[in-house]
Design a protein around this ligand. Sequence first.
Ligand code: FES
Length: 350
Amino acid sequence: MSSRISFDPIGVEIDCDEDENILEAAFRQGWNFVHGCREGQCTACKSFLLEGDVSLQPYSTHALSESEEAQGYTLLCRAMPDSDEVVVELLHFDPDNLRLAHPIGDGVAAVTAVEPLTGDMVRLRLQVREPEGFAYTAGQYVDLHLPGTDGQERRSYSMASPPSPDGVLELVVRRYPGGRFSGLLEDGGLAPGDTLAFTGPYGTMALKPGDRPVLLVAGGSGIGPILALLGELAAARATRPVRFFYGARRATDLPLREEIAALGAQLSDFAFVPVLSDDGDADWDGARGLVHEAACAVVGDGTLASPVVCACGPPPMIEALTAVLTGRHGVPESDIAFDKFTTAAAAVPD
Ligand code: FES
């Protein structure tokens, strides 16, 4: 049995099977509704239930509080329809980007390199074997299937390289203590020649085309998709101003600075500002403090007027950045694209 789901105010209708949630059903039918974690953690897919009933798969009450659920809010990535007809009001949508640019599907890739970047970050280079011509938009991510789990256990990683016709994917992976996938990257658990199944591409963070200035903000391993966006701007020899703020605790947590400088050298107007949040590193003569404050300062003082913003990092960084940009500096929400990353540990339902 399937249910009929209608979306206000865009006037779209889809079918949703009883074994899928509304977001999965939308993907299957080619719709690109705003999403992030797809596991009830990040709030990106929060919508309002106007008619009908749904049951929610496990989710975090940080993403949807009890009182919000009682008022009628829901998470599309967790909502399984209980009634034949459901009407949902989309609270966030991009009218120019409603259809999936690239179909979401399964693939296989071979590991070609595992490169340590910092004490806890690794760059994984993959060569896609299937599907032929796998395509994505810079800023998107894939789910890697944990070996031996038959696709039941997955971890999401953003592409850190811009789309290329030769099927090369680079991912920046942070190793977490006890992380089931990231643990494979230690002690040769994953080595060149191994293959990995994946599903994707997912994600709606994308850079708005045009001439407006670009503000890129990353925290920790959130550098992955930001690097892909920077690579794409560099490949296009973009002339729009680009500012990249990258936050880390210590100088040793800041990888790829030479690579970032080399990409920036291909742009007409580029500045890279690494920002340390810890007090250590006595010889550090760069910026210190919270990366969102440093990034917002160039908008506040008019150095970067009316920017489009792309940001990836932990939820507190993204929330602070968007609050200051929208609340204090008048940046419209529609000009801010972001990806809040959640770890598998954080994804354990409340
Ligand atoms: S995509 Fe639904 S809560 Fe993150």
